[in-house]
Write a new protein. Structure first.
Length: 235
């Protein structure tokens, strides 16, 4: 049974989510502040994370969870009353899997959770089962699918889950151009309703992290009027 950690400082919201999630077959735990969320996260399979929290806000909680090898693969949906674009982008940049603004319906929340669960399960299949090689080497860049690691010139690169999946998509389809909408659908796993500039932000950060080898960083090309593609550095 999937165990969901509900993190919110509003007792009524926690109670409501607890009841509805249990009715839909989930096991539920609760945390009312950021520090409690960090303490309970390691025993969770899924986290619903409010942003405006006492002690540590949701952004900081998300950042710490995604930086910890023990928790960085736990799916996170951020729940918040804040709807400004910058808030959405920041949460996604930190590695959140989705972002849902209050008020929301339980039907929408459950649909988003199922989409994230399907994508996570697909990503955790053995690479060979997915028809990919266990490792992909391109110049000084090495992507180890089994270990979920990326190194450049022998040094490991710390990528967020979305950056990792973007790079994997590009490296396993060199030369193929993707629109921003298609990348959102493939990487975020459903018909994402946010701003497509989210992709631009992640691409910019990915290029920065690959900057130690300009031939690799520059291989992520912007295709005017379309989106992005990865070209072979020697082309």
């Amino acid at each position: 049974m999937c165990k969901v950690l509900v993190v919110d400082d509003d007792d009524a919201i926690r109670d409501l989510l607890h009841i509805q999630l249990m009715r839909n077959g989930y096991e539920v735990d609760e945390a009312e502040d950021g520090e409690a969320a960090l303490d309970k996260a390691k025993g969770s399979d899924f986290i619903l994370l409010d942003i405006m929290l006492p002690k540590l806000d949701g952004y900081e909680v998300c950042r710490r969870l995604k930086a910890d090898d023990a928790t960085n693969r736990i799916p996170i949906i951020m729940l918040t009353a804040k709807t400004e674009e910058i808030d959405t982008v920041l949460g996604l940049e930190l590695g959140a899997d989705d972002y849902l603004a209050k008020p929301f319906s339980m039907r929408e929340l459950l649909a988003r959770m199922k989409a994230v669960e399907r994508r996570t399960a697909k990503q955790e299949k053995p690479a060979a089962e997915a028809g990919a090689e266990m490792q992909l080497q391109l110049g000084g860049l090495c992507m180890d699918f089994a270990a979920h690691r990326v190194s450049l010139a022998g040094r490991e690169i710390d990528l967020t889950p979305k950056e990792y999946e973007l790079l994997k998509q590009f490296l396993t389809h060199i030369g193929r151009a993707y629109s921003r909408d298609e990348l959102l659908s493939r990487i975020w796993g459903y018909d994402y309703y946010g701003d497509t500039r989210t992709v631009d932000v992640h691409i910019r950060h990915l290029r920065q992290k690959l900057a130690a080898d300009p031939s690799i960083a520059n291989a992520i090309e912007t295709v005017r009027g379309v989106g992005y593609r990865f070209v072979h550095p020697k082309d």
